[in-house]
Every structure is written in C-alpha cells, then in structure tokens.
Design a protein around this ligand. Structure first.
Ligand code: GLY
Length: 376
C-alpha cells in the first residue's frame, strides 16, 4: 500500500463533498440513484449522516459553509423531536452526528443548544426502554394494527453512545444504566456463538420472554446480514469504550472474527454472508465501511499482540473501498463509495452509494489520519 493513500482518499472526499454540498446544502440525502442523492424527510433514520460528514470535513478544513449546512440540518431536526410517532431507536444516529458532534467540536456557548437537544433525544431514547425484556424498543407501529412493541434490533447497538454521552455530560448514570442493559441483551440474544448476528429479536413486551427472531434486512432469520454484523462490531466496541466492561469487547471481537472470516477476496462484504446460490451476491460497501471503523476501535483496546489483526484488516477494507469502490473518477456521481445495499428483501436501494457508507468511509479515513476524537 502507498504510504499516503489515506491522505489522497481524504482529499478526494473533501473535493467531492464540497462540490456535492452545493446542490444538497442543508438537506437529508440517503441513497444515490443515477448519480444523484435522493433526499429524505428530516425524520428518516439517516438524517444525521450528511451533517456528520460535513462536521468531519469542517473539523479539518474549517469550511464555514459546510458548518452552516450542518447547523441548519440540526435545527431542522427540532421539529422531528416533537413528532413522537416518527421517532424510533435510531435517535442516536440522528442526534449523535448533529448535536453531539457539534457539542464536542465547539466549545462553550456555541455548543450549549446542541447539548440541550442531545439530552432531549437521550431522554426520548431512554423512554423506549422495556424493563421486563431489558431492551430498547425498535420502531413504533407503521400501521394501526401492527404490534411490534416486543421488537429489538441490532442497529440500536450504534445508538447507545448517545446514552453514554448523556451520562458523561450530565453526571446522571441513568442513561448509562439503560445503555448497558440493552448492550447486555445484545450480547445474550443477538450475537450468536459463531459471531454472526440476528437482525431482529422479538420479546414478549409484558413478560420479557424471548419469542423468536426475524430476518429483517437479512436474507433469512438464520442468515447473516452483513450490515447488522457491522453494527454489532462497532456498537459493542463503543460500549466497551464507554464502560470498559470486557464482555462488550469480547462480543465485538466475536462478531469481528465472523465478519473477517466471511469477507470475499476483495475485502468488501456481500449484503448477507449466508446466501443461497440463486440469490445475487450484491455487495454492501456500507457494511464494510462501518465494520472497518469498528475494527480500528477494537485495535485500540487490545494488547499489541492482537491489535495488528484488527488494525490491518480495518485498513485493508478501507483501502479496498478507496481503490475499487470509490467514485473518484465519476464526475456525475454524488456518492463517495459505490455498491451499497440498503434493503434487499424490500428491493430498496440495491447496488448504490448510501450516505451511511459514505459517512463511515470518511470517518475511517479521518481516523487513520488522526483528525480527532470520535463523535460516538
Ligand atoms: N438502520 C437500518 C439499516 O441499517 O439499514
């Protein structure tokens, strides 16, 4: 590998995002279709990734135009905070990369409004906690007759950082307690003995009894959705970062070993690691980018005899995304990394750039360049 490839990759990211920001501005892109990012409403779970990407770049370049877009996105989320029915477990993704990022980056008064917003979001997230089942509830019902009060999903592992942050900032341990209860449920019910991961686990919301699993965005209940595995790797590594409880690091490592062992030759995962022959093995570059960030974090916590595995594999995955999946030569493509898969079972956004893939790719590269502390 060329020594300076992370800097080259970063320069490409900055150039492309600066250009794309002229069209997108303070709005909420999700998937790039035919070269252009399709915008979503502010309540969609992906709303934090574009402002998060802008903050990553602002931290390095101090481009005030990008900061203004990120701040406007954060303000637009205020309306969502009051739209209870539209909110779900993903409040961490939304407010961590807007309000917490801003609070961490800007000192004093400039960050005060952001602190308040992130605390409000943390309170709403804690309000989704089911005491009997020890899980944070996933979605609200999409239809009046739908009963999903017992559903918990692996994605929520990434939202726990908001709760750890809330306890650190306020001195009130309640948020951390809830985060750790949910993290323990992830260890017990989501990460399987071989390191593969369930997407959805269903509990009886009254008794807390485990009723079963659902394949969700994976191919089948017993398959291995790669982005879910990535959420588990990074989410559990982050729970370890905030608590230093060894069981979370062990869980992150178990999921990481499964992920690494199942990567194809080019180091970019298929959307599910257990697909029958007749199902197209589309890649999910976003799973690779998120998992790489998780591997880099694990590398920081294990001793030097172990850290090389995680560091080198994380770097190799980011390098593969940069070299083989980057859109750098495609002027007509707004996405940074190609071939993400959002939701194969529903046929949505398959083989396209995804804003969270772009975000985690940029986060991983900025991590290699040691630009600063994690927003998570
Ligand atoms: N949180 C939804 C997803 O990973 O697609």
């Amino acid at each position: 590998m060329m020594d300076n490839w992370p800097q080259e990759a970063w320069n490409q990211i900055v150039t492309k995002v600066s250009r794309t920001s002229e069209r997108i501005g303070a709005r909420f892109p999700h998937a790039s279709v035919n070269g252009e990012y399709v915008l979503e409403p502010a309540y969609w779970w992906t709303a934090g990734f574009w402002p998060g990407l802008l903050w990553l770049i602002y931290r390095d370049t101090r481009d005030e135009r990008l900061r203004a877009y990120a701040e406007s996105c954060e303000q637009q989320l205020d309306e969502v905070m009051a739209a209870y029915d539209k909110l779900d477990h993903d409040m961490g993704f939304m407010w961590q990369l807007t309000s917490v990022a801003r609070h961490k980056l800007l000192d004093g008064e400039a960050g005060e409004g952001s602190r308040r917003r992130a605390m409000l979001a943390a309170n709403l997230l804690v309000g989704r906690y089911n005491v009997k089942g020890r899980y944070i509830r996933a979605w609200n019902p999409w239809r009046p007759d739908e009963d999903n009060a017992g559903w918990a999903i692996i994605d929520c592992a990434m939202n726990l950082s908001l709760l750890y942050w809330a306890s650190q900032t306020s001195g009130d341990p309640r948020f951390r307690h809830v985060a750790m209860e949910h993290a323990d449920t992830v260890v017990e019910h989501f990460i399987r003995p071989d390191g593969s991961v369930n997407h959805i686990v269903i509990f009886d919301p009254d008794t807390g009894e485990r009723l079963g699993v659902n394949g969700g965005q994976g191919y089948a209940p017993n398959s291995a959705w790669s982005r879910g595995t990535a959420w588990a790797i990074y989410g559990m590594a982050l729970s370890y970062k905030h608590t230093r409880e060894a069981r979370y690091l062990e869980a992150a490592k178990r999921a990481a070993h499964f992920f690494i062992a199942n990567l194809p030759e080019d180091r970019v995962p298929h959307w599910d690691f257990r697909l029958p022959e007749d199902i197209t093995k589309y890649r999910d570059s976003s799973a690779g980018a998120c998992a790489a960030c998780g591997l880099l974090l694990i590398a920081e916590f294990v001793d030097e005899t172990e850290s090389g595995l995680y560091q080198q594999e994380g770097e190799r995955m980011l390098h593969a995304l940069y070299m083989k999946y980057g859109s750098w030569d495609q002027v007509g493509e707004e996405g940074l990394i190609l071939q993400g898969t959002s939701h194969y079972p529903e046929g949505k956004n398959i083989d396209v750039p995804l804003i969270y893939g772009d975000y985690f790719f940029a986060e991983g590269i900025s991590r290699l360049l040691k630009h600063g502390e994690l927003f998570w």
